[in-house]
Design a binder for this molecule. Structure first.
Ligand SMILES: Cc1cc2nc3c(=O)[nH]c(=O)nc-3n(C[C@H](O)[C@H](O)[C@H](O)COP(=O)(O)OP(=O)(O)OC[C@H]3O[C@@H](n4cnc5c(N)ncnc54)[C@H](O)[C@@H]3O)c2cc1C
Length: 511
């Protein structure tokens, strides 16, 4: 492990490694995940003697470790746009990527309403922003924030895993996540027929009949995407009309013969055979009649909730959890903490708006730090306290692919150790995040476990054979028989950390 200061060499190394990755033909999405680098964070952040009221005295920064002038929480359009501006203003910036690097745009296909971009894949739009932020010096850090302490300054940010950062300013750009129905069966069949990501999971429903719940833009977009795969898609709308924009309704009416709509229905339960979804129970919102509607997939398209659960009460939010802002600025109720994008936007929720918010938040942050006395000279004085970054070459380890059912049969016949099949799709960010961790953990197992990646979309017959309805899914096979299975959102496994994946493979090695 080599440690680099945040200046100079580490930026060069990131670019060098990215180019090397591109040369190896590794999927472009990998660039978005921040898996190629991570930070060396010394334990602790603020000495106990420094604890107390937030004084906003620049001298208080002199005694802390893991210091960073700007910490941005979230790597979607808001966070990355903010990073472009803060870095260009020569303010050292760490972007904490969260569990969905790149944010919501990673889950969509083409985007054609971001000004200046006629039509591009959502992931490419984000890749452009990320590359631009890195070009100006942003450091992207994997991981999620679990707590912020704003009762002291510099603020203390705690990550899942316990690492601590001391931030002189914070931009919260944590976006939003799917809203759930809260009905019986939803959690039980999550990943076994219930999904909130059509782009990730629609390929598993080829020639099936599925339902999409919701009447807004998100529901219609999900339905139109799934219609490319499924035999029939039924949109279930609680009211007697759509909430979606006129243009989306127009798109729907024009070209999708396999989509039908049921108005005035509410899903009251998701039912199945214990393993897979077989239908939904519906209540007619006008008559109260209960009926059963057969389906093998339920896609939730009922909106998103802001990711603000980890915030302290000092940062004020509205009833839904959106961060409250002051006037036309991006300032929150805590000086030095700013917010941008969907996390503070109950109305517009568009990438262009989020990016604009990010820019405003960055300009507000710059003004705040200037007023505090963070001059160029002061930055030089504090530099030795800035959080360091590390890299190893373990990211070069990759998983071997299976290319056919025959390939798989040969591997299973020859292997004496447990074989793990890692089912993924190229549009699934969490799958691509998991891969390098699996590769590293498999390498360290010294042959006690072998792991193969299986593109579930291309090798549909293998995915079907193992009943894969959610990615990532790890299927463990020993002596030709499935002995265990772990779906990506399995709470019993910590897929987010290398440690969690190492522990899992050690467990599998003992099967
Ligand atoms: C299916 C779909 C299609 C869409 N299509 C379009 C379109 O065509 N055009 C358009 O303009 N908009 C579109 N949008 C909306 C657009 O994607 C969002 O408005 C935009 O992504 C919001 O950006 P954001 O940066 O605020 O948040 P997000 O994109 O949600 O990003 C949030 C980031 O915060 C991170 N995060 C969350 N919690 C934490 C934590 N505790 N610690 C650290 N990080 C955290 C996440 O990992 C993520 O990186 C679409 C949205 C969806 C769902």
């Amino acid at each position: 492990v080599t440690q680099f200061n945040l200046h100079g060499i580490e930026k060069y190394k990131i670019h060098e490694m990215q180019e090397e990755f591109a040369m190896q033909g590794i999927n472009r999405y990998v660039r978005l995940l921040g898996v190629i680098s991570w930070f060396l964070i010394v334990p602790g952040c603020i000495n106990s003697a420094d604890k107390g009221e937030a004084s906003y005295d620049i001298n208080a920064a002199r005694t802390v470790k893991n210091l960073i002038p700007v910490a941005i929480i979230g790597s979607g359009p808001a966070g990355l746009s903010a990073a472009i501006y803060t870095c260009r203003a020569n303010l050292k910036t760490v972007v904490i990527a969260g569990e969905e690097p790149g944010g919501q745009l990673m889950k969509t296909t083409y985007v054609e309403n971001v000004p200046g971009i006629k039509r591009l894949l959502g992931s490419d739009v984000v890749a452009g922003m990320r590359d631009q932020a890195i070009k100006f010096g942003a450091s992207i850090m994997p991981g999620a924030v679990v707590h912020i302490d704003v009762t002291r300054w510099p603020f203390m940010i705690t990550l899942h895993g316990g690492q601590e950062l001391c931030a002189m300013s914070i931009i919260i750009a944590a976006g939003a996540q799917p809203r759930f129905l809260g009905v019986p069966g939803e959690q039980h069949y999550w990943g076994h027929g219930v999904s909130a990501c059509a782009v990730c999971d629609a390929p598993f429903y080829q020639d099936d009949e599925v339902v999409v719940v919701g009447g807004g833009d998100a529901a219609l977009e999900e339905a139109m995407h799934i219609a490319n795969y499924a035999k029939k898609v039924t949109i279930l709308v609680r009211k007697d009309h759509f909430r979606a924009s006129a243009i989306m309704q127009d798109h729907l009416m024009k070209g999708f013969k396999n989509i039908q709509v049921l108005f005035n229905v509410e899903v009251t339960e998701i039912v199945g055979d214990g393993v897979l979804v077989t239908g939904v129970q519906l209540k007619n919102t006008k008559t109260g009649n209960i009926s059963k509607y057969p389906t093998s997939g339920v896609f939730l398209g009922i909106g998103r909730v802001p990711n603000t659960q980890f915030l302290p009460h000092e940062i004020e939010t509205d009833q839904e959890g959106h961060i409250k802002l002051k006037g036309r600025s991006q300032e929150t109720s805590v000086p030095g903490v700013f917010a941008a994008g969907d996390v503070a936007d109950p109305v517009y929720r568009q990438a262009g708006v989020a990016a604009g918010d990010g820019i405003k938040a960055a300009l507000d942050t710059e003004r705040f730090l200037n007023n505090l006395g963070l001059t160029r000279e002061m930055i030089q004085e504090l530099e030795s306290q800035f959080v360091g970054m590390a890299q190893t070459d373990s990211s070069n380890e990759t998983l071997e692919s299976l290319h056919s059912l025959a390939d798989l049969e040969k591997v299973l016949a020859e292997s004496k150790t447990p074989v793990v099949l890692d089912f993924y799709t190229e549009h699934c960010p969490s799958c691509l995040q998991l891969m390098p961790k699996l590769a590293r953990a498999a390498h360290e197992s010294e042959g006690k476990v072998v792991v193969y990646k299986v593109n579930a979309e291309n090798l549909f017959e293998v995915a079907k054979k193992y009943n894969i309805l959610k990615v990532p899914s790890l299927v463990v096979i020993k002596q030709g028989k499935e002995v265990a299975r772990y779906v990506g959102d399995d709470a019993s496994v910590d897929f987010a950390s290398i440690n969690g994946v190492q522990v899992l493979l050690k467990r599998i090695a003992q099967f």
